[in-house]
Design a protein around this ligand. Structure first.
Ligand SMILES: *[C@@H]1O[C@H](CO)[C@@H](O)[C@H](O)[C@H]1NC(C)=O
Ligand SMILES: *[C@@H]1O[C@H](CO)[C@@H](O)[C@H](O)[C@H]1NC(C)=O
Ligand SMILES: *[C@@H]1O[C@H](CO)[C@@H](O)[C@H](O)[C@H]1NC(C)=O
Ligand SMILES: *[C@@H]1O[C@H](CO)[C@@H](O)[C@H](O)[C@H]1NC(C)=O
Ligand SMILES: *[C@@H]1O[C@H](CO)[C@@H](O)[C@H](O)[C@H]1NC(C)=O
Length: 467
C-alpha cells in the first residue's frame, strides 16, 4: 500500500472512531453542578465544564479574567485558559457583554480547537473567554471552569454579524445522553453517540425551535390537576445546567400549597406528593418528593434571590432548612404564549435522558426535528454514577433498571388515571424506606440558575419574559 493510501486508511479509521460511542464521567460538585473534561487549544488544556442543555455557548474562565480567581471557596482552584499559550487560538477582537439581573459577565469572543474525549472539533469552536464576572450571589462559588452549551441549534452567534457551528455540530454529535446519580455526592455521565447502552428510552418529539423543549398537557401534584391541561398548555425545557425546577408563579403557588408542610429535618419526605407531568404524546413523567426536596445549607444569600424572570424564595431566618427545589420563572413561548417550565437536574437523577438532534438543519428559526428520550431509573441503580457500569464501549451492560413507561394516553383527564408512577410497589416500598437518606443536601451558595437568562426578551405589556 502506498504511504498515501495508508494515510487515507488511518484517516478513515480516525473518522469512524470520532463518530463512535463514548462515555465521559461527570464529576459531582456539591450536588449542584456536574462537570466533564474538555481539552482546549493547541496544548489540549484540560478544563472542567458543565454540560448544559439549556444554553448553547461555550464559556470559559480565562487568564484575562480579573474576578475569576479567589471566588472559589472550598473547591479546587479554577483552571484558567491562557489563549496566548495556544498557537491555534483566533481572536475575534470583540467583547460580548451578557447582562443579568444581578450583574454582568464580560467576555472576549474567540475560537480555538477543542476535544471532548476522542471527539475533536472539525473547525475552531467559537467560545467566550470570561474577562470579568460581576454576578452576585448565585454561581460565584462554582467550581467549574466553564459552561459547555449543548443547545440544539447548529449555529450560534459569535458576534452580532457572525454565526459559527455549535459544540454539537462542530463535534459531530447528533445524539447524547446525560444522567446523574440519585445518591448525594456520586457522579454522573455524559454519553456521546447514543444514550446509555442497554437502556430503553421513550422518545418525545421536541417542540419549538432553539431549545431542548417538550410539550406538556397536564401538571399534577399528587392527585390534584394544577396546570397545563387547557390551551395554550405548557412547554418544558429540559436543562442539565440548572439545579432547580422553574415554574410560572401561578403554578408555583398551587404546587407549594399542595406540598404542604415540610419538616425542617426532611423526616416527612415520603409522605409528600409525587409530581406527574403528562407529555403531549401521552407519556407520563414523574418526580417523587425525594427528587424535588433537598436540605439547603449556608442560607446566607440575600433573599429573595431575583435574577431577571427568576425568583427563588429561600427559607429565611435559619442556616439550614429542608425545602423544595422550585423557583419562580415567568417565561412564555413566543409562538403559543404557553408558559415555559424549566426542569433542571432533579429530572436527570430520576431519568436517564437522551437528546437527539434529528436530521434537519437547525438554527434559531427552523425546527430541527429533535427529540428527547426518557428512561426511568431504579432508585438504587448505579448506572448513572459513572461510566463504569456499562464499560468503555457499553458492551458490558449489566445493571438493574426499570422498563420505560408505556406511552399511553389516558382515556380521560381523571387525575387517578394519570398518577401512575413508573415504579413497582416493591420498588416504591424500598424507595420509601430509604427516602430520607436519599434527600440531597445543597449549599445555597452553589445553586445554579439557568445560564441563558440573558438571551430572554421582555414583553413590555405583560412583564413576562419570552424565549
Ligand atoms: C459525523 O458522524 C456521522 C455518524 O454519526 C458519520 O457518518 C460522519 O462521517 C461524521 N462526519 C464527520 C465529518 O466526521
Ligand atoms: C500566557 O501564556 C503566555 C505564553 O505562554 C505567557 O507568556 C503568559 O505569561 C501567560 N499568561 C499568564 C497570565 O499566565
Ligand atoms: C480591534 O478592534 C478595535 C476597535 O473595534 C480596532 O481599533 C483594532 O484595530 C482591532 N484590532 C485588530 C487586531 O483587529
Ligand atoms: C435557518 O435555516 C434556513 C433553512 O436552512 C435558512 O433559510 C435561514 O436563512 C437560516 N437562518 C439563519 C439565521 O441562519
Ligand atoms: C469513571 O469513573 C469510574 C468510577 O469512579 C472509574 O472506575 C472509571 O475508571 C472512570 N473512567 C474514566 C474513563 O475516567
Amino acid at each position: 500500500m502506498s504511504s498515501l493510501g495508508m494515510v487515507a486508511v488511518l484517516l478513515a479509521a480516525q473518522a469512524s472512531r470520532l463518530a463512535a460511542y463514548q462515555c465521559l464521567n461527570a464529576t459531582n460538585n456539591q450536588d449542584t453542578e456536574y462537570s466533564v473534561t474538555l481539552h482546549v487549544g493547541s496544548e489540549g488544556f484540560a478544563m472542567h465544564v458543565t454540560p448544559d442543555t439549556g444554553s448553547y455557548q461555550l464559556v470559559l474562565a480565562s487568564k484575562q479574567c480579573v474576578s475569576c480567581e479567589g471566588h472559589c471557596m472550598g473547591c479546587p482552584e479554577h483552571r484558567l485558559f491562557n489563549e496566548s499559550s495556544s498557537t491555534t487560538y483566533h481572536d475575534w477582537n470583540e467583547t460580548v457583554i451578557s447582562a443579568y439581573g444581578q450583574g454582568q459577565v464580560i467576555c472576549a469572543a474567540g475560537s480555538d480547537f477543542v476535544r471532548l474525549g476522542v471527539a475533536q472539533s472539525q473547525e475552531r469552536q467559537a467560545m467566550q473567554l470570561i474577562k470579568k464576572n460581576d454576578l452576585q450571589g448565585f454561581s460565584q462559588d462554582s467550581s467549574y471552569d466553564g459552561i459547555m452549551g449543548l443547545g440544539v441549534t447548529d449555529l450560534v452567534p459569535v458576534t452580532n454579524q457572525v454565526a459559527s457551528p455549535s459544540v454539537l455540530k462542530n463535534l459531530n454529535i447528533s445524539t447524547f445522553g446525560i444522567c446523574f446519580s440519585l445518591v448525594s455526592g456520586e457522579g454522573g455521565r455524559l454519553d456521546l453517540g447514543s444514550g446509555v447502552p442497554g437502556l430503553a428510552y421513550h422518545d418525545v418529539p421536541g417542540v419549538g425551535v432553539g431549545y431542548w423543549m417538550i410539550g406538556l398537557r397536564s401538571f399534577l401534584i399528587g392527585d390534584a390537576l394544577v396546570a397545563c391541561h387547557a390551551w395554550p398548555y405548557c412547554n418544558a425545557i429540559i436543562d442539565s445546567g440548572t439545579t432547580l425546577i422553574g415554574l410560572p408563579k401561578t403554578i408555583l403557588n398551587h404546587v407549594v400549597k399542595h406540598i404542604g408542610n415540610i419538616n425542617p429535618d426532611c423526616s416527612n419526605v415520603d409522605q409528600l406528593p409525587t409530581i406527574s407531568m403528562l407529555v403531549n404524546d401521552g407519556h407520563i413523567l414523574t418526580l417523587p418528593p425525594s427528587a424535588y426536596i433537598a436540605q439547603l445549607n449556608d442560607l446566607t444569600v440575600t433573599q429573595p434571590v431575583h435574577v431577571g424572570p427568576f425568583v427563588a424564595n429561600l427559607p429565611e431566618g435559619t442556616e439550614s432548612a429542608c425545602t423544595h427545589l422550585f423557583f419562580e420563572s415567568n417565561i412564555n413561548d413566543p409562538q403559543t404564549h404557553a408558559p415555559v417550565l424549566l426542569i433542571g437536574m432533579p429530572i436527570f437523577r430520576r431519568y436517564a435522558i437522551r437528546f437527539s438532534r434529528g436530521k434537519g438543519s437547525s438554527n434559531q428559526t427552523v425546527a430541527p426535528g429533535h427529540s428527547i428520550g426518557f428512561s426511568p431509573l431504579a432508585y438504587d441503580s448505579p448506572i448513572c454514577s459513572s461510566c463504569a457500569a456499562t464499560g468503555e464501549d457499553g458492551s458490558a451492560a449489566s445493571f438493574t433498571r426499570l422498563d420505560a413507561v408505556k406511552g399511553q394516553a389516558p382515556s380521560s383527564l381523571q387525575p387517578e388515571t394519570l398518577v401512575s408512577a413508573p415504579v413497582s410497589s416493591a420498588e416504591l416500598g424500598r424507595a420509601q424506606s430509604s427516602a430520607k437518606a436519599r434527600v440531597s443536601s445543597y449549599s445555597a451558595r452553589m445553586l445554579r440558575l439557568p445560564r441563558w437568562l440573558s438571551t430572554l426578551r421582555r414583553d413590555d405589556s405583560s412583564g413576562d419574559y419570552i424565549l
